[in-house]
Design a binder for this molecule. Structure first.
Ligand SMILES: [Zn+2]
Ligand SMILES: [Zn+2]
Ligand SMILES: [Zn+2]
Length: 217
């Protein structure tokens, strides 16, 4: 795969979009895929987990098992300021009404697991509803991505030369002075796409990625 495609590929990876190069790649495109909400088409955050017992989200905090003080898990020193010899910092569920905090037996088990949100804990679940609209179902949206280093010619030739099909994505790229400008087109019908003229009103790939995966078009 050539370097120009690689750098754009990397922008997708950096934005948590699964990106891969198909087998027998003709070196002119790569494939992106993302999990979206079936109802509102926004990105489904697969990194979020919730407590199995109460549904509370992971707040990335350590809780002291003795005094209940909370600390960010990013802090370097993993010892509570209460200095109690029985103190352990665990990734507990933050909800005071959660059974892992109110039920004495569950509490002991959860503590043994390192807290509900510990990496090894069996008390957490991957998020099973959309963060935007609450809908419980999702789907994978996939695009083949073609990079068009714009030469001012029409889109029709580019489509023909690259065997582009419906549901593919073209990213237009043009260098003006020292800035790279972008535009994109999701091919709905080839007929409509061949007359498209890029406006180059997008200055970064991030805004394109956000648009593609929030409108689900
Ligand atoms: Zn909980
Ligand atoms: Zn403490
Ligand atoms: Zn949704």
């Amino acid at each position: 795969m050539n370097r120009k495609i690689k750098s754009i590929c990397h922008a997708f990876v950096a934005n948590d979009i699964h990106t891969y190069i198909p087998d027998n790649s003709q070196e002119n495109h790569f494939v992106i895929t993302s999990l979206l909400c079936k109802k509102c088409n926004t990105l489904w955050d697969t990194s979020l987990v919730e407590c199995y017992f109460c549904g509370d989200l992971n707040h990335y905090l350590y809780t002291c098992t003795v005094c209940g003080s909370m600390y960010s898990i990013t802090r370097a020193k993993v010892r509570c300021e209460c200095n109690d010899k029985n103190s352990k910092l665990i990734k507990a569920c933050k909800n005071p009404a959660c059974p892992t905090n109110t039920d004495s037996e569950l509490k002991i088990v959860a503590e043994k697991e390192g807290g509900v949100f510990d990496r090894k804990s069996s008390f957490k679940l991957s998020l099973n509803y959309c963060q935007s609209c609450g809908n419980p179902s999702n789907f994978y949206k996939t695009y083949r991505v073609f990079i068009y280093e714009y030469d001012g010619k029409n889109t029709e030739d580019f489509i023909k030369n690259n065997s582009i099909e419906e549901d593919d994505l073209i990213i237009y790229k043009k260098k003006v002075d020292d800035t790279i400008l972008y535009d994109y087109l999701v091919i709905k019908t080839l007929e409509e796409a061949k007359n498209y003229r890029p406006k180059f009103d997008k200055s970064d790939l991030k805004s394109i990625i956000d648009k593609i995966f929030s409108q689900g078009q």
